[in-house]
Design a protein around this ligand. Structure first.
Ligand code: KG4
Ligand code: ZN
Length: 337
């Protein structure tokens, strides 16, 4: 079965084709970073207009990349939430209409489930059960996953998502949007332990997170010190260290609570090298294993949507004709297969 996946939930247009026997045949991405850079964040109206311009050419590019015709596609998967409603509507309407015109099934995919399953696109995929740490621009959650659609939230952020905290702190440090990757690069030049940031909510039991205080702590540290390139790098280093340390502490706890031996790290922030390395160390100590996707599949992409659509369609899932997109769509509301 070949599934064409369409991702338009935020500021990346992604289109991919996944073949159930061969694997990923095409993966096309158009990033809107330059479009939003001047505004320091995503402007929803500009995002949906750009998806309108890019989605169809990307579908054509994906077909060309895979040397396939539309008639070779057996099903369409599109992101239906969570995300920006105007953006979601673009991919959903194009995907659903295409499916109707080709008389093939289509499926509305949950973007977070797409991230959650993205390491399954790699050569050494995780198998259930596992603990998943989802760290993106909009979500920070620890999930107990026992099967497709069988997800229980163990803990989540009470305020800012990790990616959001990276982006806001990067902005305070004068870095461009999206700040995560640039803050991480700046941190490499930083002096370790010159500044020590708090590890929020780690000195009490539980698996919830709070990251908004770290941004305030960064703002105060910037204000109280001479604004030099080295100081900015030292602050970036202290911030990244605190975030990663906090995530590692909570992952350890979630693995203790669940008794699972596998940890799956997903979402845009899972591209972060320090986080990957620290979690690899943790899992080696515990004789377990950490799984993550290649960097291009950590941030938003069409491949994870095509793959998730295929998994659900193989279980004979087919959506009704109406198109429903959702700005909020918690994983706990998905049905287990
Ligand atoms: O999953 P994603 O592409 O979009 C959402 O669904 O939110 O995640 C984007 C987030 C942004 O906040 C970005 O700054 C962050 O992931 N990010 C990183 C890195 N690469 C992307 N944060 C830290 N280090 C990175 N290397
Ligand atoms: Zn995402």
């Amino acid at each position: 079965m070949r599934v064409l996946g369409i991702e338009t939930s935020c500021d990346d247009t992604g289109v991919a084709i996944y073949d159930s026997t061969v694997g990923l045949l095409a993966n096309q991405l158009y990033s809107q970073i330059t479009l939003h850079a001047n505004y320091g964040g995503v402007v929803p109206e500009l995002a949906s207009r750009s998806h309108m311009q890019q989605t169809v050419p990307l579908i054509e590019a994906a077909l060309q990349e895979s040397k396939l015709k539309l008639q070779d596609i057996n099903a369409i998967a599109y992101t239906a939430g969570p995300g920006l409603v105007g953006s979601l509507l673009v991919g959903s309407c194009i995907g659903r209409s295409l499916a109707v015109s080709l008389s093939i099934p289509s499926i509305a995919v949950n973007h977070i489930e797409g991230h959650l399953l993205s390491p399954m696109l790699e050569d050494d995929p995780p198998s259930f059960p596992f603990v998943a740490l989802i760290v993106s621009g909009g979500h920070t959650q620890l999930i107990s996953a026992t099967g497709i659609g069988a997800y229980t939230v163990m803990g989540e952020s009470l305020d800012d998502a990790v990616g959001e905290a990276f982006d806001k702190t990067a902005k305070l440090l004068g870095l461009n949007y999206p700040g995560g990757p640039s803050l991480s690069r700046l941190a490499e030049k930083g002096l370790k332990k010159r500044f020590i940031f708090p590890r929020p909510m780690t000195n009490r039991p539980g698996l919830d997170f709070s990251f908004s205080g770290l941004k305030t702590f960064a703002a105060k540290t910037i204000y109280n010190n001479q604004n030099t390139p080295q100081t900015r790098a030292d602050i970036a280093c202290a911030f990244e260290d605190a975030v990663v340390d906090t995530l590692v502490i909570k992952c350890r706890r979630a693995l203790d609570y669940s008794g699972f031996k596998s940890l799956v790290l997903v979402g845009g922030v899972s591209a972060n090298c320090l986080l990957r390395n620290r979690l690899r160390e943790l899992m080696t100590q515990r004789s377990g294993k950490v799984f993550y996707a290649r960097p291009a599949l950590c941030t938003d992409n069409g491949a994870m949507i095509a793959y998730t659509g295929m998994i659900r369609l193989q279980k004979h899932w087919n959506d009704p004709l109406n198109i429903t997109v959702r700005s909020r769509w918690p994983l706990s509301e998905l049905s287990a297969l």
